[in-house]
Design a binder for this molecule. Structure first.
Ligand code: TYM
Length: 329
């Protein structure tokens, strides 16, 4: 059975992009794969953070993931499993500065003011490679924005194998959904939907109320043209394309199918149908999240048991990696 690993930063309530790009796929894969899903709290301190907020957000993300259908036994938080940090350090010494310099996510996050960012943000992709390879996982369900990081993880794993003269780490395959692999902001079709966008209106979160969902979709940016009858008519219309791909992914319908229904009409009818669809699918997740959040000790117990299971898989693998590197025990 193929082993699947994936992670999400617990820096806020997951949004529709996280759901369509990753979480929905996680819930499906766990039915017939050996899965581990991780709240990557160590990655969350690569940018400035507040400790109490991180604690609360990790609990809220745990509740939200469980409410989205992730099985409790698969879920844990990264810092509770030391194998991540141990292998992450080895990978800091395997990875090359030239490789890290090419990472677009670092450039986006650091912006012009590189000097003032943490060293952790720079070596983030090395830790991400360790997350996956500490389990010798071969499949990683992620959104399109993580593609470059997975390529780097493969480079690191292969360089380790080459340098140590072994065939130890497997090749990793990213599993990127065919539709909605990059959900865009509702306010700007050229920007990714993101937890860090200062505008709440830019994203739908998995705990939004039906009214909030309907209002955000109503206010979502569009253009004055009616929807086209064919996909070719979506060129240079990123906002229209984004809303259609959200609808398509949520309803498992193709773009062509949607355009044959809504093409030629203004956005009014389409937006009402999209809001209804989102409310129908997301309202149960929001109410289950609220229910789970009321029992903090249950959430902590889920994470504790998940971490114990994760340790039992990763510790022997990282022990062996350390032996291959030449560390004495
Ligand atoms: P993060 O926390 O930013 O996002 C979690 C998952 O959601 C996907 N995603 C999106 N998909 C579609 N449209 C969007 N707008 C969108 N925004 C986010 C991401 O692709 C991701 O799959 N570096 C990772 C976390 C990580 C990880 C790992 C992932 C750490 N270690 C090992 C896989 C394997 C991140 O910051 O994801």
């Amino acid at each position: 059975m193929q082993r699947v690993f994936s992670g999400i930063q617990p820096t806020g309530i997951p949004h529709l992009g996280n759901y369509l790009g990753a979480l929905r796929n996680w819930a499906t894969l766990q039915k017939d794969h050996d899965c581990l899903f991780c709240l990557v709290d160590m990655h969350s301190i690569t940018m400035p953070w507040e400790p109490e907020k991180l604690r609360q957000q990790t609990l809220a993300s745990t509740a939200c993931l469980l409410a989205s259908g992730i099985e409790p036994t698969r879920l844990y938080n990264q810092s509770a499993v030391s194998a991540h940090a141990r292998l992450g350090w080895i990978f800091n010494c395997i990875s090359r500065l030239g490789w890290l310099n090419r990472m677009t996510q670092f450039k986006d996050k650091a912006g012009k003011n590189r000097e003032n960012h943490s060293a952790g943000l720079y070596v983030y992709p090395n830790l991400m490679a360790a997350d996956i390879l500490a389990f010798q996982a071969t499949r990683v369900p992620v959104g399109d924005d993580q593609r470059q990081h997975i390529e780097l993880a493969n480079d690191i794993g292969q360089k380790f194998n080459h340098d140590m003269g072994v065939d130890f780490f497997p090749t990793i395959e990213p599993l990127i959904p065919p539709q909605a692999a990059r959900v865009m902001s509702l306010r700007d079709g050229s920007k990714k939907m993101s937890k860090s966008d200062p505008s709440e209106q830019s994203r739908i979160t998995l705990t939004d109320t039906p009214d909030e969902i309907a209002q955000k979709i109503r206010r979502a940016k569009t253009d004055p043209e009616p929807l086209p009858g064919e996909a070719a008519g979506l060129e240079n219309r990123p906002e229209a394309r984004n809303l259609l791909s959200i609808y398509g992914a949520m309803s498992d319908r193709s773009l062509e199918d949607l355009l044959s229904e809504f093409g030629g009409q203004g956005f009014g009818t389409f937006k009402t149908a999209l809001a209804d669809l989102l409310v129908e699918k997301l309202a149960p997740v929001a109410s289950e999240t609220r229910r789970l959040l009321a029992d903090e000790s249950h959430l902590l117990e889920v994470l504790r048991q998940g971490a114990a299971r994760a340790r039992s898989v990763a510790d022997p693998i990282v022990d062996e990696a350390e032996r291959l590197v030449g560390f004495l025990r």
